[in-house]
Design a protein around this ligand. Structure first.
Ligand code: ATP
Ligand code: MG
Length: 296
């Protein structure tokens, strides 16, 4: 299987290179979003790729975009590249891992929804009983399910890390109308997806969305419900009070902890079996979700 680490010259202007995906300009109205097979953990990209990962991420996003259109419109136009003017030799590399999307004016908020206590949310809760300023009942443990999913936005900051802010700050910057819309749609999307995922034996612990303006309507952009934007937990491994291994990257996280990597670049080489195991996990999550989403 081919492993794509860097997208070759496509004759299109590259607008952005993220840790995993690359964004190209097709024209004023459309972008080409390509998911490579790069793997990141602890915000660092590994030297090796995960075969199939970019295609899994793209297919998963596409599946969820289709399944959630009734809740909110989204930017996906097509995953079929035949109508685009591209170098012939690039077509097989791009196939299955690319989306043509409507170019939107991004609303600079990461719309995070949490249904369970994990990660930075757990740290903040331990320190003061809140998550992003949202007060929560006492007595919750690591990995506890929250009484209700909560909206915990972060401001997108192109320079470095996103900054968690109280919802009031989002209201101050973007106004009540926009804030109400993105908050309500985020909670609705999470609720729907968490319910579907549960049927596949998967807990969607938390996730994040981005929205943008397409003309004067707000649409869902970027990627949606991928393991890169969400915490997927195997339901049968969930124990309150204990950390839960994420379905996709946990073997990699465990490995780098074991060898004592300090989590600063460069990331270490990963053993071949670990790469194959990770590839299998990504493919397995996609397959399980495909079954429930197609059944529903
Ligand atoms: N339809 C769209 N219109 C305009 N911009 C979009 C659209 N969809 C996604 N984007 C933007 O494209 C970029 C995709 O970048 P990507 O997620 O690969 O990298 P990143 O967010 O900078 O870093 P990270 O690797 O941490 O995710 C994001 O800045 C996202 O906001
Ligand atoms: Mg991103």
């Amino acid at each position: 299987m081919d492993v794509l680490l860097t997208v070759p010259d496509l004759g299109l202007r590259r607008l952005h290179r993220g840790k995993v995906r690359e964004m190209f300009e097709i024209d004023d109205d459309r972008l080409l979003m390509v998911a490579t097979d790069r793997l990141s953990a602890f915000d660092v990209v590994f030297p090796q790729g995960i075969p199939g990962k970019g295609r899994v991420l793209t297919q998963m996003s596409a599946l969820w975009f289709a399944a959630t259109r009734h809740l909110v419109p989204n930017h996906l136009i097509t995953t079929d590249l035949s109508g685009l003017d591209l170098p012939e030799e690039a077509r097989p590399l791009l196939a299955g891992r690319s989306m043509v999307v409507r170019r939107a004016r991004r609303i600079d908020v990461e719309c995070v929804v949490r249904g369970y206590l994990a990660g930075s949310g757990w740290k903040e809760y331990q320190a003061g009983g809140t998550v992003c300023g949202v007060p929560l009942p006492q007595g919750l443990k690591l990995s506890s399910r929250l009484p209700e999913p909560i909206f915990t936005p972060a401001l997108k900051n192109d320079l470095g890390h996103d900054e968690n802010v109280p919802e009031a700050e989002v209201r101050r910057r973007f106004g009540d109308e926009v804030t109400d819309f993105i908050k309500e749609r985020s909670l609705a999307l999470y609720g729907f997806a968490a319910e579907q995922a549960e049927k596949a034996g998967i807990i969607l612990a938390d996730t994040k969305f981005e929205f943008g303006f397409d003309g004067d309507r707000i649409v869902l952009i970027d990627e949606v419900f991928t393991p890169d934007s969400s915490r997927y937990w195997p339901a049968d491994r969930h124990r309150e009070g204990e950390p839960v291994d994420s379905l996709d990257k946990q073997p990699v996280r465990d490995y780098v902890e074991r060898i004592g990597w300090n989590k600063q670049p460069p990331a270490p080489e990963l053993p071949e079996e670990l790469i194959q195991e990770t590839a299998r996990r990504y493919a397995d999550v996609l397959e399980r979700l495909r079954q429930v989403l197609h059944a529903g």
